[in-house]
Design a protein around this ligand. Structure first.
Ligand SMILES: NC(=O)c1ccc[n+]([C@@H]2O[C@H](COP(=O)([O-])OP(=O)(O)OC[C@H]3O[C@@H](n4cnc5c(N)ncnc54)[C@H](OP(=O)(O)O)[C@@H]3O)[C@@H](O)[C@H]2O)c1
Length: 262
């Protein structure tokens, strides 16, 4: 009898394990087949508020977010550095989506810009903030002491902007008990990244700040997330051949630039 009970017990455990993995697979497939699963109702983003604010919206990822949010029915405030790019993007968004667009020209490497931004955002019901602006002074990997001396600019652009923009906008989200803040971090935030130390540390700040803030404001109905973008999808790092190739290129690079490093 004992043997039979044990057998039933193990069958039950086996079935439970299969069930857990089945649920995991189904949940994972939601991330791959977003179009079929419709994770969120179409009205979700718009229900956060009438306006979305996007920093660094004149080009690249910020511009793409601005278009998509406008397509989802939100009006958008584009904040960026070059007026001509802002104007061109605003015209294109208004023409293709029919949403209203405001532009604010500013330079996030400065820290005395927030009173002006606050004034220009006054009266808008802001449901979504995308903290996208960020700078990497030099694409080439370098030791800290050999990097261009743009320390203060980088800290203002990558860190101060996130904190100050969040401070400006979170207050009204809190009183409406609704809102979404998306911080565009980077894959280099996930672990220390030598020879890009300041940039990767600034992106790690965004990660920690977002997680802690989400814990503080979750109960108030506000969603705060960091997104970790990377040039290279993580699965390639599991390939031995790729790792060898990367290492060979890196060693070659260091040899050619030996004069740069201590
Ligand atoms: N691209 C990637 O592969 C990648 C990977 C990981 C993470 N990220 C992160 O994603 C974000 C966007 O990257 P991206 O490549 O799309 O950026 P980007 O093309 O270099 O710049 C996007 C926009 O930001 C504006 N901008 C840059 N510095 C500014 C400043 N000091 N003040 C105001 N506006 C400024 C630019 O202004 P102008 O109109 O004057 O050019 C441009 O309109 C960054 O935070 C970056 O760290 C990017």
């Amino acid at each position: 009898i004992m043997g039979e009970v044990l057998e039933q017990f193990f069958i039950l455990v086996g079935l439970l394990v299969c069930l857990v993995y089945l649920v995991k697979c189904v949940r994972f497939s939601k991330c791959i087949f977003l179009r079929f699963w419709k994770v969120l109702p179409r009205s979700f983003l718009k229900s956060m508020g009438q306006w979305a604010v996007i920093t660094g919206a004149g080009a690249g990822i910020g511009k793409a977010y601005s278009f998509e949010l406008a397509r989802q029915g939100l009006n958008v405030v584009l904040i960026s550095r070059t007026l001509e790019k802002l104007q061109a993007t605003a015209t294109e968004i208004e023409r293709t989506t029919g949403s209203s667009v405001k532009i604010i020209q500013t330079d996030f490497t400065k820290d005395d810009i927030y009173e002006d931004i606050k004034e220009k955002l006054k009266g808008l019901e802001i449901g979504i903030l995308v903290n996208n602006v960020g700078m990497l002074p030099d694409l080439l990997p370098r030791h800290f002491l050999n990097s261009p001396d743009e320390i203060q600019s980088l800290i203002h652009c990558n860190i101060t902007s996130v904190v100050k923009m969040t401070q400006l906008i979170l207050k009204q989200m809190e009183s409406r008990r609704k809102g979404l803040i998306l911080n565009i971090s980077s894959g280099v935030a996930l672990f220390p990244w030598p020879i890009y130390s300041l940039y990767s540390a600034s992106k790690a700040f965004m990660r920690t700040f977002s997680k802690a803030l989400q814990a503080e404001y979750k109960a108030k109905g506000i969603i705060i997330q960091a997104s970790f973008l990377g040039h290279i999808p993580p699965w390639v790092f599991h390939s031995g051949a790729f790792r060898k190739l990367l290492l060979a290129c890196y060693v070659d690079y260091l040899r050619r630039n030996a004069a740069l490093g201590p």
